[in-house]
Design a protein around this ligand. Sequence first.
Ligand code: PLZ
Length: 453
Amino acid sequence: MTDTLDAQLLSVPQERKIVTAIPGPKSEELQRRRLAVVPPGVSSALPVYIQKAHGAIIVDVDGNQFIDLGAGIGVTTIGHTDAAVVAAAAEQLGDVTHTLFTITPYEEYVRVAELLAEHTPGDFAKRTVLVNSGAEAVENAVKIARKHTRRAGVAVLEHAYHGRTNLTMAMNFKAAPYATGFGPFAGDVYRAPNSYPYHDGLSGAEAAARTIAYLEKTVGASDLACLVVEPIQGEGGFVVPAEGYLPALHEWCTAEGIVFIADEIQSGMARTGAWFASEHFGLVPDVVLSAKGIAGGLPLAGVTGRAEIMDSAQPGGLGGTFGGNPVAAAAAIAVFEQLETGEGFESAQRIERVLVEGLQKLADRYDIVGEIRGIGAMVAIELVQPGTAATTKAPNAEAVSAVVAYAAQHGVLLLNAGTYGNVLRFLPSLAISDELLHDALAVIEEAFAQLGA
Ligand code: PLZ
């Protein structure tokens, strides 16, 4: 087993290599088969079919090797097929694959809950429920907050993304493509202005006052069960709030008996060089949601919160067939153990330095680079129309699409983001080397040169 695994891992050299057109012939053949059986509602950013992956490289069926700057949208945070994660999951598969925690429990679930209690912000008694996906974590957090407060209202922020289930569709900012035509939607969701320093120019205190005034006026604090906030917005374009914004919101929530839920599904699990991004803002949420990076690619998500809030739900009120699956939980324990060495956090800081330095060179040359922002291995640039950086900051989605397409053709998998599709986001795995980062940045520089901007 170990020999096979080692061989498999060594067969993915950490280098970029393009050997066919993109997509290559085998990918095109798979794409034809896919179109016959998979609906277009499930789209793919890049229709190259992946055969294997390790570290920061993914290899397609035609033998092309891509530098992965997306990590499956921030999932393979400690790297693809991390040896310890693969070994832990494989061992667990052989021991027990499923029992259903609500029928007969097992240690791995409890251990993940202990680790989340230890590593989420706040030194108080916590409880965790494990589920399958980020959206399901959001749904459960809202359920629990409603039960605890005996209120119905859910406050969210502009540019938020929380999932694709019925409730979370109503919580997202963007209708298209996530919600268009899929209603009726859940009610009692209230969307307030966020802090977006690049566009609103407000201090944290000013932005918080605006958010609070809006919610007081449009719903009223006494009807709000919870406020759900991504400490750094993910799909919305890696929007980092102004200093003091989040703690001011939290203070208001505490005073009004509103549960403050931090959706750290994209920003958590060492992505930003801290266990959770909340820490960068001195924020101690009542409930923290984790998913994506928690189990090295296996489906697992957690709702971790103050014991007195989490204990409000009645026995049998929370759960689900696959929630906290033993294999996913074993993988998560291996992820935590790796991160506990501290190396991952240093990597996140190293990645931020290399990316920001490289992107700053672009910003110096091209006036369409409006802003570089982000923390750790969660960095983005917002692109604006030529000549608008000092005025309207008009979104430039065309340039983002062109850069993403050029990068893909040259072996760099890069993702877009932002409500207006005008943000390039970088969320590589923490396993990525400086060499690969520099190589990817060189490709992105070429892409900018091709724009003729
Ligand atoms: N909350 C902050 O980032 C998932 C969406 C990918 P699920 N973001 C990636 C796509 O196109 O579906 C996300 C997130 C934040 C919640 C979610 C939802 O997590 O695991 O996708 O349900």
